[in-house]
Design a protein around this ligand. Structure first.
Ligand code: HEM
Length: 327
């Protein structure tokens, strides 16, 4: 291995393994307030975009660590994660991250990684919509590549049951409690009819709806998502989709969970009591949620990284050089 490459790999690995609060205090002291300001603007422009950005943390950190790989656009040589099964026609509001990055690059160019932006912006989305606020650990690097295949293999389907979700989270050292609390992120945002058509009309190949859905709720869903619907039509994930609260858990107890992967948390004995607890005690939910977000945010990539100048393109990619008039 050439000596420069050896050094590059080592530096990248060492840097990426050390996360700490206030990482940018010396190099970009305004970083956290800049991110929050852009998120406030996004909230005013399109309230749902906060939910969409918050979801990025899950889709980023589960696929080879929190390294902003899901923000990379496809290139002629690389199929990125944006068109992966769970992301295509679904992940949105990438432009909010672009706005954050642009604002940061103006003040401290080349310093704040896109991976850290996702972590700060997700926290801000929760804090700005009525949820808890917390200190995040920073110092991540951005990946050089993305993997559509890995995203397809890893990200869970909305059809998942509690057992398969528990097993998936377990692989990341995330507990049953983390799973239930983090699913409470569905307190914000919307999902597409596409994600529940099987639940409404053909659960597990029975030709019947999921019996766990509250009947009145099912009739409402049938109206919004009839058989021939454009499956990109969206439905709120809980009764208060712009407020981060424990309504999601109250809805699950009432059989009004939108996704199969939501309602299953109330159907299965391993997760049911936690759903009940969080439906009654919002503080318990908030504390567990923060703990889960911090643990999920600690998932690391073991690959070399960089601080991208443009979150959509790795620095070595010619498209990036063109975009920024690189020497
Ligand atoms: C437990 C496993 C999970 C599954 C199976 C799952 C699946 C889904 C699905 C299918 C949607 C709707 C997508 C669509 O129809 O276009 C969705 C939306 C969402 N998910 Fe999850 N999710 C899970 C966990 C998480 C976690 C851990 C977070 C964040 C911490 C998260 C945050 C969100 C948010 C905020 C939305 C709404 C996004 C918007 O309105 O644009 N999800 N999720």
């Amino acid at each position: 291995m050439p000596i420069f490459l050896f050094f590059f790999l080592n530096i990248a690995l060492v840097t990426s393994s050390h996360l700490e609060p206030g990482f940018y205090l010396n190099t970009c002291p305004e970083a956290e307030s800049i991110v929050r300001d852009v998120m406030k603007k996004a909230l005013n422009q399109e309230p749902r975009s906060l939910a969409s950005v918050m979801r990025f943390q899950f889709h980023d950190c589960f696929v080879n660590g929190c390294d902003a790989s899901m923000l990379l656009d496809d290139t002629p040589n690389m199929l990125g994660e944006k068109l992966a099964l769970s992301n295509i026609n679904s992940l949105r509001s990438y432009e909010v991250i672009d706005d954050v990055k642009e604002a940061l690059e103006k003040v401290c160019p080349g310093v704040v990684s896109c991976a850290d932006i996702i972590i700060m912006a997700s926290r801000d989305a929760v804090a700005l919509t009525g949820g808890p606020d917390w200190e995040v650990r920073l110092g991540r690097l951005d990946s050089l590549i993305a993997s559509q295949e890995d995203s397809n293999d890893i990200m869970p389907s909305p059809r998942s049951n509690a057992t398969s979700l528990i097993n998936l989270f377990h692989k990341y050292n995330l507990s049953v409690k983390d799973l239930v609390a983090l699913s409470g992120s569905h307190s914000l945002g919307q999902g597409r009819c596409f994600s529940i058509m099987f639940r409404l009309y053909n659960q597990s190949g029975t030709g019947l709806p999921d019996p766990e859905i509250n009947q009145i709720y099912r009739e409402q869903l049938n109206k919004v998502c009839p058989h021939e619907v454009d499956q990109n039509v969206t439905v709120d994930l809980d009764a208060t989709p712009l407020i981060f609260d424990n309504q999601y858990f109250k809805d699950l107890v009432a059989g009004r969970g939108f996704l199969n992967s939501d309602q299953t948390l109330y159907t299965f004995p391993e997760t049911r009591e936690l759903v009940r607890l969080y439906s009654r005690d919002q503080d318990e939910f908030f504390n567990a949620f923060v703990e889960g977000m911090l643990k999920m945010g600690d998932l690391q990539s073991d690959q070399p990284g960089e601080v991208r100048r443009n979150c959509r393109v790795s620095n070595a990619c010619p498209a990036n050089n063109l975009l920024f008039g690189f020497e």
